[in-house]
Design a protein around this ligand. Structure first.
Ligand SMILES: Nc1nc2c(ncn2[C@@H]2O[C@H](COP(=O)(O)OP(=O)(O)OP(=O)(O)O)[C@@H](O)[C@H]2O)c(=O)[nH]1
Length: 390
């Protein structure tokens, strides 16, 4: 699936940068065009892979390149004011070769949180291609304002995109690392998952054609209908058999020393692990509207029976009748991987908790602001004994 990527804010920009690194490393060729949009000059300078002319600094007249300081209403305003410049930067992207837009942002800050929904709204207005969001939820230790920002942005963003895929930093944080190191590792995990999803069906020249191809339309149909989506992933190392010669493939020779029962079991257990393990957004699988299973790996390991068993199992777990499945032949990585896209999840305790904390934070902020205004006017009150200069 060919994408036009728009990274908004620092997190959005870093994830887009990581997508470019993934594309270069794996040769997946999923990125048709990419831009990063930010109100902070320093954040744009910190990117490694995106060329400088694709980095768009917005809101200069308002914040002078210093960011919006976690004010997402201001983030939304400057994105709206500079929307012409943002859309202009996409003019050079060959949209006729692009299957979808992906707007990426951390929802807890100001620029991405406020700007991403504005950009998505404008893209949907202009283009007929689907516009997806990839939103990052803040860790619960980041504080009330980040949670409030994320909850308000989530509510807005989900209505402006064809589907909002979520990644929860809270579920992916690991102890003992600095925040920066932690984010680098998290971003790699994130892009590994979404990279496999979007590269499924992108058969490069000279590579093997999948037996039951997952193509972009399967991904689009799973994301169709809107709402929120989550992604599960599991992989296992395998020995890659030698690539067979064309002659032996034409003769139908299939003896590559791989036990088919083992291959089936490997896939079914990977599908369970991907679904029941750590999802990008932790949620209850039951009640998911649609799902897609992609099994990636060296063709000899992509056992059709295993994929079919895995798909049926996923149907039972989700209770959905719309579960698609297929394979994605991929050599050179030495792994078999199962990727499960849960499209339209409805039972998500994490979102409920986020909203609850955000409501409390909103009330506290209101009360504290009221109280401090009161206290300040008492502090300055001189019982009419002093007069201002003018
Ligand atoms: N996964 C991941 N999350 C990040 C990263 N950087 C920041 N975040 C998260 O994203 C949220 C928003 O942070 P930023 O992207 O820095 O904020 P911004 O959109 O640039 O907004 P301002 O700095 O307020 O102008 C934070 O609450 C973090 O949870 C990153 O590299 N990876």
């Amino acid at each position: 699936m060919k994408l036009a990527l728009i990274g908004v804010g620092q997190a959005g920009g870093k994830v887009v940068d990581e997508f470019l690194a993934y594309d270069a490393r794996t040769g997946a060729d999923i990125v048709r065009g990419a831009i990063a949009v930010n109100t902070a000059k320093a954040d744009l300078q910190g990117m490694d892979h995106l060329s400088t002319d694709r980095r768009i600094l917005i809101g200069q007249s308002r914040v002078k390149g210093h960011g919006v300081g976690a004010d997402n209403e201001l983030g939304a305003e400057v994105a709206e004011e500079d929307i012409g410049e943002i859309l202009g930067a996409l003019d050079s992207v060959p949209i006729h070769e692009t299957d979808a837009f992906l707007v990426v942002a951390g929802l807890g800050g100001g620029t991405g949180s406020g700007g991403a929904p504005v950009i998505a709204k404008n893209l949907k207005w202009i283009y007929t291609e689907p516009v997806y969001g990839l939103g990052i939820l803040p860790g619960s230790d980041e504080g009330g304002i980040y949670t409030l920002n994320a909850a308000r942005s989530l509510k807005t963003f989900v209505d402006e995109v064809d589907n909002l895929m979520l990644f929860d930093n809270d579920a992916w944080r690991s102890s003992g690392e600095s925040v920066e190191e932690g984010f680098d590792a998290i971003n790699e995990e994130l892009v590994q998952r979404f990279g496999v999803l979007f590269s499924a069906g992108e058969v490069a020249e000279g590579s093997d054609v999948a037996e039951s191809v997952v193509d972009s339309s399967e991904i689009i149909n799973t994301l169709k209908g809107g709402g929120i989506s989550s992604l599960g992933y599991a992989d296992v190392a395998v020995d890659e058999p030698e690539r067979k010669s064309l002659l032996s493939r034409l003769r139908g020779e299939s003896d590559d020393g791989i036990d088919s029962t083992e291959a089936t079991n490997r896939i079914t257990s990977l599908v369970r692990k991907a679904t029941l393990g750590r999802l990008t957004l932790p949620c209850e699988v039951n009640g998911t509207e649609r799902a897609l299973l992609v099994v990636a790996g060296p063709p000899a390991y992509l056992n059709r029976k295993g994929i079919e068993h895995g798909r049926k199992w996923l149907e039972e777990q989700t209770g959905s009748m719309e579960v698609r499945g297929g394979d994605y032949p991929r050599r050179g990585e030495g792994i078999v991987a199962a990727l499960v896209l849960l499209g339209g999840v409805t039972n998500v305790p994490r979102v409920k908790e986020l909203q609850q904390v955000a409501i409390e934070a909103q009330q506290n902020i209101g009360e504290i602001t009221g109280e401090s205004e009161d206290k300040f006017s008492k502090l300055m009150d001189s019982d009419g004994e002093l007069e201002s200069l003018f």
